[in-house]
Write a protein that binds this ligand. Structure first.
Ligand SMILES: Cc1cc2nc3c(=O)[nH]c(=O)nc-3n(C[C@H](O)[C@H](O)[C@H](O)COP(=O)(O)OP(=O)(O)OC[C@H]3O[C@@H](n4cnc5c(N)ncnc54)[C@H](O)[C@@H]3O)c2cc1C
Length: 427
């Protein structure tokens, strides 16, 4: 009996140490590199899709390796002859989450270059940077531009001037085909007193494409070939046999509905054909379903949350899921409440906090809930927990990020990001 207890204790100790060790290691191990490397940093999948196209254009996998910046350490660049960087810019001119650690390490190498031979560290490296951004922002393609300069300061030779591309064009350059889907149903999830939030269901007579929770779809408003695409987070999984979206009506300053959200939520007839393209977004995939999962969203961010709940529901023995979700109005008659209550009843959501910003008694945003539960959040995330955040970047996305930094502390926060446990679908 005592022997059995000792064996069990030792097994538990070995398992715990292996989990801790695994999660403290930055993901730096790489396969042997081809002479040409295509490295990408992608927040919404566009840069990854372009990187795969670049790989094909450079002769395919036999000639060019492709990998996210999260799996690359700067010194490995001295092993390749040429590196092509395809990088998005995120937030206020920052790198996407899967490029942050690489960028910090490159900055540190550059800072040290004044005191050492780092100034010529990459003297045998040729490179190009293809930067993606949104031209409406003043820091358009800022991360790509910074990367371009840092590499030059470390001795690498640029083959071309910095290439920039507007994200609206990039969204059209993904590997999946456009398909015709039928708008099968449209349900209002909130009350009339707020800007409409609608659940849309689409069916397709062709074989369904593959997609996963975390992916996006691109839509041309009103099926107009000339219109700039809009992207939406997928709210279902293929096992649902339908593609779901959750769309918030955008109201312009003149009080009109936005072009695409107005079409999808009001003017498109039920039964109407809608051209959709599924856009892979691997930075939002959650692969470890036994680990705790903290989901945070507000408003239309429900879309990505719903996709992940549907994926989690298919797993055997899934880990705990804590949802923190914000909407304006506390009215319990909203469809939103019954939709989320269903996931709770099924046991997929194990902990749930609402935040209602227009509540007359206790107005709160998701970040207020986080502030009040900061120690619980740290404990819940632990060494293996994952966090997925979906919704608006301004306001919610930035405030949630600040709260996570506070909860985890600067060093643990950096490790958590570098380990790819922070997934953000923010817009
Ligand atoms: C990764 C991602 C995921 C998203 N997920 C969701 C989601 O799940 N649910 C949701 O409701 N929304 C989501 N959005 C927002 C969505 O893509 C639209 O921006 C939103 O629906 C408003 O579009 P609209 O056409 O109705 O509004 P509009 O006001 O007509 O347009 C809004 C934006 O579209 C672009 N645009 C409009 N006209 C033009 C033009 N002529 N040329 C170039 N650009 C133009 C501009 O960026 C403009 O600010 C997501 C956005 C991104 C980037």
């Amino acid at each position: 009996m005592i022997t059995l207890a000792v064996v069990l204790c030792l097994s538990w100790l070995v398992w715990t140490l292996s989990v801790v060790w695994r999660h403290r290691q930055p993901r730096t191990a790489v396969a042997a590199l081809q002479p040409v490397l295509v490295a990408y940093a992608s927040q919404t999948g566009s840069a990854r899709a372009l990187a795969l196209q670049q790989q094909l254009a450079l002769g395919g996998p036999a000639q060019a390796s492709v990998m996210p910046l999260s799996e690359l350490v700067p010194k490995q660049l001295s092993q390749v002859q040429k590196a092509v960087f395809v990088v998005s810019t995120y937030g206020d001119g920052e790198p996407p989450d899967n490029g942050r650690r690489f960028y910090r390490e490159l900055q540190a190498l550059t800072a040290a270059s004044g005191h050492s031979s780092n100034g010529q560290l990459f003297s045998s490296l040729a490179y190009d940077v293809l930067a993606l951004g949104d031209s409406r922002y003043p820091k358009f393609c800022q991360f790509g531009a910074d990367l371009y300069q840092l590499l030059a300061r470390l001795g690498a030779k640029a083959s071309l001037p910095l290439q920039t591309r507007d994200q609206q064009q990039a969204a059209q350059l993904t590997d999946n085909p456009w398909q015709s889907w039928q708008l099968a149903a449209r349900t209002r999830l909130n009350t009339e007193s707020q800007p409409g939030l609608f659940q849309l269901r689409f069916t397709c007579s062709e074989p369904l494409p593959c997609w996963r929770a975390g992916d996006l779809v691109a839509i041309k408003p009103d099926n107009n070939e000339q219109a700039t695409v809009r992207r939406y987070s997928v709210a279902s999984v293929p096992a649902d046999n339908e593609l779901q979206l959750v769309v918030r009506q955008q109201v312009t300053e003149h009080g009109e509905l936005g072009l695409c959200s107005g079409w999808l939520t009001l003017t498109a007839e039920i039964g109407q054909q809608v051209n959709l393209q599924v856009v892979a977004n691997p930075s939002c995939y959650i692969n470890e379903h036994q680990a705790p999962l903290l989901l945070i969203a507000a408003g239309s961010g429900l879309a990505g949350i719903r996709g992940h709940l549907a994926e989690r529901a298919q797993q055997a023995g899934p880990g705990p899921v804590w949802l923190i979700y914000g909407e304006r109005d506390a009215d319990p008659n909203q469809r939103l409440h019954s939709e989320l209550a269903l996931w709770q009843q099924r046991g997929v959501i194990t902990m749930f906090d609402w935040a209602f910003s227009r509540d007359s008694e206790k107005p709160a945003y998701v970040q207020d809930v986080m502030r009040n539960k900061i120690d619980e959040i740290k404990g819940f995330i632990g060494v293996s927990g994952r966090v997925y955040v979906c919704g608006r970047y301004e306001g919610m996305g930035t405030a949630v990020d600040t709260m996570l930094r506070t909860a985890l502390g600067p060093e643990e926060y950096q490790q958590f990001v570098a380990q790819g446990r922070y997934h953000r679908d923010l817009y």
